[in-house]
Design a protein around this ligand. Structure first.
Ligand code: ARG
Length: 458
């Protein structure tokens, strides 16, 4: 029987029945729904809207259902319209008439958004923990690679020398912002809609602050229409997840490139690569590719929520039932994406020699060479000009800047002397970049400490 069959027969057309049902999606809210109902009924007892006896019966019944479901004594019956209908029917089955009083001073409109918020709160905490672990893994990798020189790129052209630690800390900083973003929207998420009822509150003397407190909300949504129609928290969570996903997919792209044959900067562990059914030599970075690929779905899911809400008449319309599926999908995918990325980072090996070798071939110390001349009193523009000629010479000879003889340097400028070789040594180049945020090992140590401190205070 439908919760709403009364005036109506409740006998829906077969297709309409299937179309209308949401239980396959909202069954995920089952424990949140029971928790919300217990708080609601406690409030009904406190405000004397229900008797002590009835409310105690309902609470005991709900607690039993909670326990039975946790212990998997039975399954959720998917023939019900939604999880709210199933729990109410189960309660009536368990305790009889008193169960029919649970829904006093409540509507599924405030109930469903309360359940959803409770559920997202839990998911948010899981995502935060995964992000923290991911940052820790990056920090450990950075600790081991403070002197691992690699080319830093702009336009995917070798630009200037950096270290692998310095590069990876960029991703740690992105993740810190992701953590911040989640913490920020959490404040707006964590307000209770319960007690808004269908849209216009109720004539019963309910206590909304009481249920908010029972459910660990920080307060209540002030306006009852807003309470049932607001899905900003859905948009904000989609947006935060999309941003995490975009960050991970940028790293994934680098992992794909770094592990490719022309680069070979890193080796992925066998537990994170797959082979080919035809080419025996293949070691494919599928996990990184999928992290990159899943980001498309995650961003599309975010768009679905935006489009669903746009222009929606106040207050509740059934369109809002479509708020959960996409977000649950994004949550599941982002959790796995973070875990898989952490796993790859935790197990990969860094080919330090290969990175150094590549760094030697891109003339990435050319800026340092120009700075050397500036140190001898040459203007930067002039120094740039002279060094470009030196680079050209090296290209002709197919050698690096460090391999050109002093005599050939002197042919370009008399300001060159033998101390230039120390200046353009790649490790020296990195060590000298001590400016705040730069790649020098001392500065990278400071950055690592800064992030560790931030993590501790989160
Ligand atoms: N399954 C619905 C949802 O997810 C529950 C609320 C239904 N409310 C209603 N008035 N039909 O939004």
């Amino acid at each position: 029987m439908k919760l709403w069959s009364g005036m109506l027969s409740g006998n829906l057309d077969k297709n309409a029945e299937e179309f209308n049902a949401s239980i396959k999606i909202d069954k995920r809210l089952v424990f949140d729904d029971i928790r919300g109902s217990i708080a609601h009924v406690k409030m009904l007892a406190k405000t004397k809207i229900l008797t002590e006896i009835d409310s105690q019966k309902i609470i005991n019944g709900l607690e039993k259902i909670y326990k039975d479901l946790k212990e998997k004594k039975y399954e959720i019956d998917l023939s019900y319209e939604d999880i709210h209908s199933f729990i109410e029917a189960k309660l009536i089955e368990e305790i009889g008439e008193a169960g029919k009083k649970m829904h006093t001073a409540r509507s599924r409109n405030d109930q469903v958004t309360t359940d959803f918020k409770l559920n997202l709160r839990g998911e948010t905490k899981i995502i935060l923990d995964l992000l923290k672990e991911y940052v820790e893994i990056i920090l450990a990798l950075a600790e081991k690679n403070k002197e691992t020189v690699m080319p830093g790129y702009t336009h995917l052209q070798a630009a200037q020398p950096i270290t692998f630690a310095h590069h990876m800390l960029c991703y740690a900083n992105m993740a810190l912002r992701d953590i911040d973003r989640i913490k920020d929207f959490y404040k707006r998420l964590n307000l209770s809609p319960l007690g808004a009822c269908a849209l216009a509150g109720t004539t019963y003397k309910i206590d909304r602050e009481f249920t908010a407190k029972e459910l660990d909300f920080d307060g209540i949504v002030q306006n009852s229409i807003d309470a049932v129609s607001d899905r900003d928290y859905v948009l904000e969570m989609h947006s935060a997840i999309s941003q995490i996903s975009i960050h991970l997919s940028r790293l994934a792209e680098e992992i794909v490139i770094w592990s490719s044959q022309p680069f070979k900067f890193i080796n992925l562990h066998d537990s994170f690569v797959t082979g080919s059914s035809i080419m025996p030599q293949k070691k494919n970075p599928d996990m990184a590719e999928l992290v990159r690929g899943k980001s498309a779905k995650i961003i599309a899911n975010m768009n679905q929520a935006h489009i669903m809400l746009k222009g929606l008449f106040l207050s509740y319309s059934k369109d809002l039932q479509e708020d959960k599926e996409a977000l649950f999908d994004s949550i599941d995918n982002i959790k796995l994406s973070i875990e898989v990325t952490s796993g790859m980072l935790n197990t990969l090996t860094v080919n330090k020699e290969r990175m150094f070798d590549e760094a030697k071939h891109g003339f990435i110390n050319a800026t340092d060479l120009a700075d050397y001349l500036v140190g001898k009193g040459v203007s930067f523009r002039e120094a740039h000009h002279i060094c470009a000629k030196v680079v050209n010479k090296c290209i002709q000879k197919n050698i690096g800047l460090e391999d050109l003889s002093l005599q050939e340097y002197k042919e370009q400028s008399n300001f060159f002397d033998k101390d230039l070789f120390n200046k353009i040594n790649l490790l020296t180049c990195v060590q000298n970049r001590k400016s705040k945020g730069g790649p020098s090992p001392i500065e990278v140590t400071r950055q690592i400490d800064f992030i560790r401190n931030k993590l501790k205070n989160l």
